[in-house]
Ligand binder design. Structure first.
Ligand SMILES: Cc1ncc(C[n+]2csc(CCOP(=O)(O)OP(=O)(O)O)c2C)c(N)n1
Length: 295
């Protein structure tokens, strides 16, 4: 059973992401946004394995990574809506967030060299801190990934690469863009690889704790591959998958399965999370537009 705190984190992310899609429909958001619906548990499972000095480098699908670490839906929504109180005064938006210890980039693969550089710095100053980079399966098609892995392995960098392998890159299924497998690619560099197939946050932490600790204490890179499930569209409304694939994703949803097993707890925490996000949306909507000034 998931404890209330973890379930609250999971459902806060879920309701946040759902509201983003509805705010788009209402014409309240511009640009684009990529939700992590279905994948919330990856970030929630990883967050307590991290220490405050660790640096997270996230990607275009990064809202859950941020919320799992900081529980700050108002700061994130204000950023995405360009309102006062936004994390980066509304200049970064959904894909380019920055806060000490956390940054995201929408440029696929660019984040691997960046995270390797941060891990190198940690090593040089003896910081005992990790760089943790989140990436999708499709991003293994970018050459910069391999330069970064090569250096990370050679220089024994404290770098944890979390792969959210949801089996699709935008509209291209993994079998059409990924030759071989991620485990084999890690092995080619002599990098340890952990495969996570479940969605139980406690079980995932038990599985990963020792490997993450090792990456930190006896610095060396680690690839953690989650076989996960993208429930929503690639971005705001562009679900190019056939109806059967969408139905299959829904059938694999951790949330629906958990609600069926523990309905009383789910309904109680779900309502709490929904009301919290409703209040955040009402608050942020009333705020004036953010005014950007160089700092
Ligand atoms: C260098 C670069 N090329 C293309 C894109 C457009 N793009 C954004 S997300 C995406 C697919 C990424 O797929 P994956 O890595 O599997 O992550 P997922 O979206 O499934 O989380 C693409 C091609 C981009 N942002 N950056």
């Amino acid at each position: 059973m998931i404890d209330d705190d973890d379930l609250r984190r999971l459902l806060t992310i879920r309701h946040f992401e759902r509201r983003l899609l509805s705010l788009f429909d209402e014409g309240e958001l511009s640009g684009t946004t990529h939700t992590c619906l279905g994948q919330e548990y990856v970030a929630v499972a990883i967050a307590p394995l991290l220490e405050p000095a660790d640096v997270v480098v996230s990607n275009h699908r990064g809202h859950g990574h941020y919320l799992a670490r900081y529980d700050d839906p108002a700061g994130l929504l204000a950023e995405i809506m360009g309102r006062e109180g936004g994390l980066c005064q509304g200049v970064g938006g959904s894909q380019h967030l920055y806060r000490e210890g956390f940054l995201t980039s929408g440029v696929q693969g660019q984040t691997l060299p960046l995270a390797a550089g941060i891990a190198l710095r940690h090593r040089q100053v003896g910081a005992r801190a990790l760089a943790v980079v989140f990436m999708g399966d499709g991003t293994w098609g970018e050459g910069a990934v391999y330069e970064a892995l090569n250096m990370a392995a050679l220089w024994r960098l404290p770098l944890v690469v979390v792969v959210e392998n949801n089996g699709i890159a935008q509209s291209t299924p993994a079998p059409e863009h990924l030759a071989g497998g991620i485990a084999e690619r890690a092995a080619a560099f002599g990098i340890a690889h952990e495969l996570v197939t479940g969605d139980d946050v406690d079980g995932i932490r038990v599985q990963l704790r020792a490997a993450v600790q090792k990456a930190r204490d006896a610095p060396a890179p680690l690839v953690v591959e989650f076989r996960t499930n993208r429930l929503g569209p690639h971005s705001k409304g562009d679900d190019a998958r056939p109806a059967e694939a969408v139905a299959e994703a829904r059938a694999r949803d951790w949330g629906a399965a958990y609600a069926g097993r523990f309905p009383e707890q789910f309904e109680r925490v779900d309502l709490e999370a929904r009301e919290r996000i409703d209040a955040v949306v009402a608050d942020v909507r009333r705020r004036p537009l953010s005014a950007w000034g160089a700092r």
